[in-house]
Design a binder for this molecule. Sequence first.
Ligand SMILES: NC(=O)c1ccc[n+]([C@@H]2O[C@H](COP(=O)([O-])OP(=O)(O)OC[C@H]3O[C@@H](n4cnc5c(N)ncnc54)[C@H](O)[C@@H]3O)[C@@H](O)[C@H]2O)c1
Length: 327
Amino acid sequence: MTVLITGGAGYIGSITTRLIRASGRGVVVLDTLENGHRKAVGDAPFVQGDIADSDLIARVVAEHGVDEVVHFAAYKAVGESMSNPGKYFNNNVTGSQKLFEALHQAGVTRVVFSSTAAVYGTPQSVPVRETDALSCESVYAETKLMIEKTLGWYSQTTDMRNVCLRYFNAAGASDDSTLGEDWRFSQNLIPHVMKAVLGFAPALTVFGNDFPTPDGTGVRDYIHVEDLARAHVAALDYLAKGGHSITCNVGTGHGTSVMDIIATTERVTGKKVPYEIAGRRAGDPSECYADPRRINETFGWSPTRSLDDIISSAYAWHTSHPHGHDS
Ligand SMILES: NC(=O)c1ccc[n+]([C@@H]2O[C@H](COP(=O)([O-])OP(=O)(O)OC[C@H]3O[C@@H](n4cnc5c(N)ncnc54)[C@H](O)[C@@H]3O)[C@@H](O)[C@H]2O)c1
C-alpha cells in the first residue's frame, strides 16, 4: 500500500509520515514547501507541488501506485484567515475539492483528513462529543468544516470513504527530537512557553486569568504529536479493513490549564517560566477538551503519552532547533 501524504513536510505531517513508513506502508509526500521543510521529509519519496494541481495528482497517483491519502495540506493561522479569507477558502477549500476530484478520477477511495476542534467554536459543554453543535468562529474553522462536508458528499455519491480527525491541541515533538514545530511561525501555547523558558522571548503572555476555571486560565486538551500520528495509522487501517466514513475527535479527554503547562514546564526543565497576564482574547473559550470515546471504541486508539512527555519532547526539540529545521 502506498499513501499520498499532502502537507507531509509540515509539523504533524512529517512526524506522521515517519510513523506510517514504520508501520510498513510506502509513502509519497506532496508539499509546496511554503510552510514546510524539505529536511523534515528525510529520505521519503517527495514531490514539490500543490494539491490543486489535478494533473500532478493524477501523475503522482499513477507513478507511485497510491491507494490511500492522508490530507494535511492547508493554511492554519486563525488570525490570518480573518484578515485574508480568500487565501484560506482558495487554498483549503478549493484546493481540497480539486484534490478529491483528482483522487476520485484516479480511483483512490480512502482519505484521512486533518480537521480541527475549532469546528465546535465555544463548546456548550465539555467534554466535547462529535455530535455536539458545530459553531465555527473563524474562516479557518469554516474551511475545515466545508472540507469535512465535501468529503461527506463524496462518500454519499461515490465509493470514496473518509476518516475526518478533529484534532484538539497538537503538541510536543518527535520522540528522537529531530522533528517538531517551528516557534517562529507557531501561534500555539507550548512553543511560546519554550521560547520564554529558553530566553528567546522576555516573557510568556497569558491571555486571561479570570475564566471560570479552577485557576482562572484557559483549559485545553493537549495531544502529543506522536499519539496524533498513531491515530492516522489507526484510521488508515480502519479504512483498509472496509470501515465506513466517520468523524472522530483526537484528544486525551483531559483538560489542562495554562498554569498547569507553566508548572509542568518548570518541574520538567528545572527552569522558571517568566510570564505576564494580559486580557482575554476575543473568541477564546474558557474550556475545550475532547470526549475521545468514539475513536477509542472504533479504532482501539488511546493516547499513550503524558503531559510530561509533551513538555520534555518539546524542550529537547526547541533546545536543539531554536530556528526550526533551519537550525
Ligand atoms: N497544529 C495543530 O494544533 C492543528 C490542530 C488542528 C488541525 N490542524 C491541521 O493539521 C494539518 C497540519 O498542521 P501542521 O500544524 O502540521 O501545519 P503546517 O503548516 O506545519 O503543515 C502544513 C503543510 O501543508 C503545506 N501546504 C499548504 N498548502 C498546500 C498546498 N496547497 N499544496 C501542498 N502543500 C500545501 C505547507 O507547506 C505545510 O508544509 C493542517 O491541515 C492543520 O489545519 C493542526
